[in-house]
Ligand binder design. Structure first.
Ligand SMILES: CC(C)(COP(=O)(O)OP(=O)(O)OC[C@H]1O[C@@H](n2cnc3c(N)ncnc32)[C@H](O)[C@@H]1OP(=O)(O)O)[C@@H](O)C(=O)NCCC(=O)NCCS
Length: 160
């Protein structure tokens, strides 16, 4: 197995390079009309709603991991013959884990973790972890920093 220090070094170099690409991704998304704060990190293979980009709102210091889907319209619900448009909000310092889906019209609070593969169908309060399909609260009173990392989890243990 690769030596741990080597692995961390490799991770550091990768993160450094990835930052350039991620910043560019956010710039392109903003040009395309998405309301995504410039401090947000966007990973690869995202499915951001293409019909109503202005309805996707992501606040500062969030990390949106690979394969996440964020929707802001519905095909099957029609309004005057047109698809339902519904603004979707993600608060500050949230971590949306790989392959999660956020349905149109959902409002997620600040400092929230959405677990890998979750399907978020309803509003989520601040400072919780949600997971599963449909996503349910699995942990409360979490706190996140400006890198969308947990503050009250250190070295394998929940503190406070
Ligand atoms: C959500 C997450 C952070 C774990 O949070 P946690 O509070 O430590 O959760 P626990 O492991 O203590 O699990 C609590 C319960 O939730 C369930 N659970 C945890 N994560 C889940 C998920 N993603 N989907 C469904 N259920 C999940 C566990 O099975 C457990 O259920 P049980 O009480 O019936 O045994 C983690 O599962 C996760 O999704 N991490 C993201 C990984 C990722 O995306 N990595 C790429 C980084 S870019």
């Amino acid at each position: 197995m690769m030596n741990r220090n080597k692995l961390y070094l490799k991770f550091g170099v990768r993160t450094f390079i990835a930052r350039f690409i991620q910043t560019l991704r956010v710039k392109i998304a903003r040009i395309r009309g998405y309301d995504i704060h410039s401090t947000v990190i966007l990973e690869r293979k995202l499915h951001l709603d293409r019909l109503y980009p202005g309805g996707v709102h992501v606040d500062e210091y969030c990390l949106i991991a690979s394969g996440v889907t964020i929707l802001s319209h519905d095909h099957c619900k029609r309004v005057n013959g047109y698809p339902l448009l519904a603004d979707t909000y993600i608060g500050k310092r949230c971590f949306i884990a790989v392959n999660a889906t956020i349905l149109p019209g959902v409002r997620i609070g600040d400092e929230v973790i959405v677990g890998a593969g979750a399907v978020v169908t309803k509003n989520v309060p601040s400072n919780v972890i949600v997971a599963g399909n449909p996503a349910r609260i699995i942990r409360e009173n979490i706190r996140m920093n400006d890198s969308a990392e947990l503050i009250n989890w250190q070295d394998g243990k929940w503190t406070e």
